[in-house]
Design a protein around this ligand. Structure first.
Ligand code: MG
Length: 381
């Protein structure tokens, strides 16, 4: 029995993780659940999975939930308890599926204990890739990607010699605005940006998919996960999202991992690895798919993707600046304060103005994140 602690159990990854766990009651047991404020769903999850630890980041929501549970379970309140729980509670696998920078501290605690981390939180590797890579080695901890693209690359690399791999090819759906020109992009509505053609996900990542920042963050993640330079990580638009990603060998041969899209597949593999468990979430029938198509990404229309490659070259805290300013820009867009094409504008301004620190430690990263948010908040007001 593997003990699983889920950071962010009411989000889309958390919900899917619990679906997977439900299919294998003899293999997994849930020991911890955390949520931000969705206590309605969390209460149902607590009663069904009976975890020993529950954390609710929002303190008012935590009080309300404690009242509803009437002493049957104790709910810890506040964001600081996320890291404390990751540090002290009992688990074998930490599913890191919080959204945003807040996921970093508890993930680090899990790594320090040498636990397996099933990683869905992109920010961990984006803002602190260098530090995380070092900590993983020092603590003999294992990071398994949940993100479908990285899971695909991870699966393709199994049994291969890394020096025989020429490059990684990450596929991108292209999002809902694949064929929009710059003028059209300026005018897209919040609702249009929140409609992803293939995946049902949370708001932040859906906007990131529409701007292609999501793919940019994934390029940075892939760099740290697999140790390939940005020159050896390619993005190709593949609107059907059937090929989840590929690796190309030095002899030109290519290996891909594919299926109809369903997040439960990469989640299950991150939990079951090195084994595969029998399941059938999706049935991939090629005659029904008929066509798989591919396009070159347009780095001028989707500047966020270009900026991600740029920060990989600049190193240091630039990826932290990119991430923090993007988070602020996305929330401003969702609040109707800026238009869609101002998202990369805000990131560029922040990268121009905030100082880059090479090989940052955790305090430098936290300070850079804070500074960037403060700066970005004031832009376009
Ligand atoms: Mg992805």
């Amino acid at each position: 029995m593997k003990k699983v602690f889920i950071l962010g159990s009411t989000g889309s990854i958390g919900v899917n993780t619990l679906e997977v766990i439900k299919c294998f009651p003899d293999k997994f047991i849930v020991t911890g659940l955390t949520a931000n404020s969705n206590i309605g769903l969390l209460e149902k999850q607590i009663l069904e999975f009976r975890p020993s630890t529950v954390v609710v980041s929002d303190k008012i929501a935590a009080v309300a939930l404690n009242k509803r549970l009437n002493g049957k379970f104790e709910v810890l309140a506040g964001e600081q308890n996320l890291a404390a729980a990751a540090k002290n509670e009992d688990y074998d696998v930490l599913v890191s599926s919080l959204v945003g920078f807040v996921g970093l501290a508890p993930t680090i605690e899990g790594i320090k204990r040498g636990k397996r981390i099933a990683l869905a939180n992109k920010e961990t590797l984006v803002v602190a890739g260098e530090l995380i890579t070092k900590l993983l080695k020092e603590n003999n901890s294992q990071l398994l990607p949940i993100d479908s693209e990285h899971s695909a690359i991870f699966q393709c690399l199994i049994g291969e010699k890394i020096e025989e791999v020429e490059k990684l090819i990450i596929t991108a759906s292209g999002g809902p605005f694949l064929n929009h020109n710059k003028e059209m992009l300026k005018k897209v509505s919040i609702k249009e940006a929140l409609t992803h053609p293939n995946w049902k996900m949370g708001n932040k990542i859906t906007i990131d998919s529409a701007s292609m920042m999501n793919k940019g963050l994934e390029v940075i993640e892939a760099h740290w996960l697999f140790g390939f330079s940005q020159k050896k990580i390619e993005v190709v638009i593949h609107p059907q999202s059937v090929i989840h990603s590929m690796i190309e060998f030095i002899d030109g041969s290519i290996k891909a991992q594919l299926s109809l899209p369903d997040m439960k597949l990469p989640i299950q593999f991150a939990l079951s690895y090195p084994e595969r468990f029998k399941s059938r979430y999706v049935e991939t029938k090629f005659p029904d798919i008929k066509n798989l198509s591919f396009y070159e990404p347009d780095y001028e229309r989707f500047e966020c993707l270009k900026l991600a490659y740029q920060v990989l070259e600049q190193e240091g805290t630039t990826s932290c600046i990119l991430n923090a300013s993007n988070e602020i820009a996305v929330s401003k867009f969702l609040n109707g304060c800026i238009n869609f094409t101002q998202i990369p504008e805000m990131i560029k301004e922040s990268l121009d103005k905030i100082e880059n620190h090479k090989s940052p430690d955790i305090d430098t990263i936290i300070e850079c994140d804070r500074q960037t948010r403060e700066f970005a908040e004031k832009l376009f007001t």
